[in-house]
Design a protein around this ligand. Sequence first.
Ligand SMILES: Nc1ncnc2c1ncn2[C@@H]1O[C@H](COP(=O)(O)OP(=O)(O)O)[C@@H](O)[C@H]1O
Ligand SMILES: [Mg+2]
Length: 393
Amino acid sequence: MIYFPRTGLAQQLVAALTGQSLFGDGHNGVFLSAPRRTGKSTFLQSDLRPALEAAGVVVAYTDLWSDTGRDPATLIANAIGNALQPQLGMVARTAKKAGVDKLSLAGWLQVDTSKIGKLDGLTLVDALRALNETAGKPVALIIDEAQHALTSERGEAAMTSLKSARDQLNGPGAVNLMLVMSGSDRDKLMRLVNSNAAPFFGSQVQRMPPLGPDFIAYVASLIEAQLPSLAPVDQGALQRAFEAFGHRPQPFMSALGEVLSPLSGISGRFESALLRAAAEHERNDAVQMESDFLGLKPIEQAVLWRMLEQGSRFRAFDSEALRFYSELLAQPVNAGMTQRALESLRQRSPALVWKSARGEYAVQDSAMHRWFDERRKAGDWPPVPPQVQRGGD
Ligand SMILES: Nc1ncnc2c1ncn2[C@@H]1O[C@H](COP(=O)(O)OP(=O)(O)O)[C@@H](O)[C@H]1O
Ligand SMILES: [Mg+2]
């Protein structure tokens, strides 16, 4: 598996987070969105984390999708606890040498890092302060798939604590707590920043750029080095194929592996075969979404349709929504029926619908919006089931 380092992007973010950029408010938190499987977690862990560490920052990382069975608040607390543990060990050793009473930090030694964020333990604010003081370094907390925090009340409260920690630890000219939050869905990540009640009201969500021409050039150079007879590789074609794979390195590289394999049996340039594979991949995605949609009950289809059409304006139970469902189904639909439909859309695996602790709903996978928009534009909405074949008997 090849890995293309993104040092430039990491450096830009380090500068923004440490407050060195002239403009922007990265020191108040950086919010990055990019679709699933486009390399967010890889970037945060393999590029951003080491770049921050090299700049003298102690880093705590957690991915709220890593264990969806656990409360997001617990995952955040554990990440801070795991970063704090080794620091406490160091303080303990220094304290022994120096005589405990000489060290103002000695108080932190009592801390049970497994109880952070629990009622009998340290609050998140205290824990981050402890980490900052014991390490003697600024702290960066990276929360991957941060929107998931909003699906639980404790998670939402944790986000509010983080904002308060940021405000307490940072002052003019001093950035002691940096927050990086990423998300696979821009609309959901926006809920952290875009209303008065949102924990990080006023911050901006930025799109994390997808892997670009430098990645493609790197892949092309690897191909040319291994299979010199294929040089020069058509980078434009590679780029188009990568786009058709939704800028996802993994399916792109695996299709590339197939067309480059001596066993592939293709004649002609591998680039054309790659483009065909990419087009087929796009079609398969659309076919999957269509069959998911057609497999739903009519009322579930109606609710999902409304959600796709309304996007972030979606209100599941308002009178216009109920009228929409009723007209579509040609029978009255009430809030209770809608509620049941939403629940069953949420309970499917994989879930089609997402719900926040405040009762806001959205489609789980934002790729569905693109699928809907494209079909709409093509005058091909709603999907209709394939004609039922009449069997002759
Ligand atoms: N810079 C990169 N170079 C090569 N492959 C990458 C790179 N970034 C991500 N990938 C691959 O893409 C896939 C998805 O990456 P991941 O970081 O999990 O995406 P996300 O967190 O956005 O869902 C993984 O298989 C990973 O190995
Ligand atoms: Mg990820």
